[in-house]
Ligand binder design. Structure first.
Ligand code: IPE
Ligand code: IPE
Ligand code: MG
Length: 249
């Protein structure tokens, strides 16, 4: 039986997810941390499929931070081989489903073989436009800003040229709109160096659910919550008495 698509009053164009809690998911089952990371790739497909179904245009997944390089060698190597497995397993289907894969972060820290695989997947899917799947791997928001500043200096940018739009154009996310909704699983209430510039006006949704248990239904709940938010961007909501705001009177 196929589930019917829920009706959302408003759908965020860009959803970004901090996929956290794999280690605790595994510990709760008496399993090694890597088993949690592997389980965390099994729900990727259903979240991507649901994102396409609901009309989300950009899905950014935080898979590995610049700080995660500081984890024990065994865990880092395991995460790198899981990335390779996911690319091998998913890219053909992603391509057939009209998904464009992009990467934000530093591919140069990956082995040449893995780098080639990621680049081939990016190249293969570059004309797809149903969903842009932006993989944040070896990504850090501070690092992104440092790289942007260095590049501006290298390009000889003049002081008068520097504004928000120029900075945007120097970030890894330059062609990607800011995230409307950021979801963090596992209950942690922090940004952990994710999209620190781009999240200036993002809505946050934090769930205690560990990432491997985050499913279509949980995404629906997050999207319903988003639809109830009043995004004011520092301004005030239109009043019901405002002639432009509805019911004058
Ligand atoms: C998220 O799960 C995946 C990565 C950071 C790579 P964690 O590995 O952080 O899991 P917890 O937070 O320790 O449970
Ligand atoms: C953030 O999770 C990074 C990813 C989910 C990839 P972490 O588990 O690394 O973050 P902290 O240590 O809880 O801040
Ligand atoms: Mg964590």
């Amino acid at each position: 039986m196929t589930e019917s698509t829920p009706v959302f009053e408003i759908i965020p164009a860009h959803v970004a997810i901090i996929m956290d809690g794999n280690g605790r998911w595994a510990a709760a089952r008496g399993l090694p941390r890597l088993a949690g990371h592997r389980a965390g790739t099994e729900n990727l497909r259903r979240i991507i499929d649901a994102s396409i179904e609901f009309g989300i245009r950009h899905l950014t997944l935080y898979a590995f931070s610049t700080e995660n390089w500081g984890r024990p060698r065994e865990e880092v190597d395991g995460l790198l081989s899981i990335l390779q497995e996911v690319i091998d397993r998913e890219v053909k289907d992603l391509h057939e489903n009209g998904v464009r894969l992009r990467h934000i972060g530093h591919l140069e820290h990956l082995s040449p073989g893995l780098r080639t695989k990621v680049n081939e997947a990016i190249e293969l899917t570059k004309n797809n436009d149903r969903l842009s799947l932006n993989l944040a791997f070896s990504y850090g928001g501070r690092d992104e800003i440092v790289c942007a500043v260095r590049q501006m200096i290298e390009d000889g940018i003049e002081i008068e040229q520097v504004d928000e739009s120029l900075v945007n154009n120097y970030l890894f996310t330059k062609d990607i709109p800011d995230p409307d909704l950021i979801i963090r699983t596992s209950g942690e209430m922090r940004i952990s160096n994710f999209l620190i510039w781009q999240s200036a006006y993002s809505e946050w949704y934090i769930t205690p659910t560990f990432w491997p248990d985050f499913d279509r239904q949980q995404l629906i709940i997050a999207l319903q919550e988003y639809a109830r938010r009043d995004r004011r961007y520092g301004r005030i909501s239109p009043s019901p008495c405002d002639p432009d705001g509805g019911d004058a009177g």
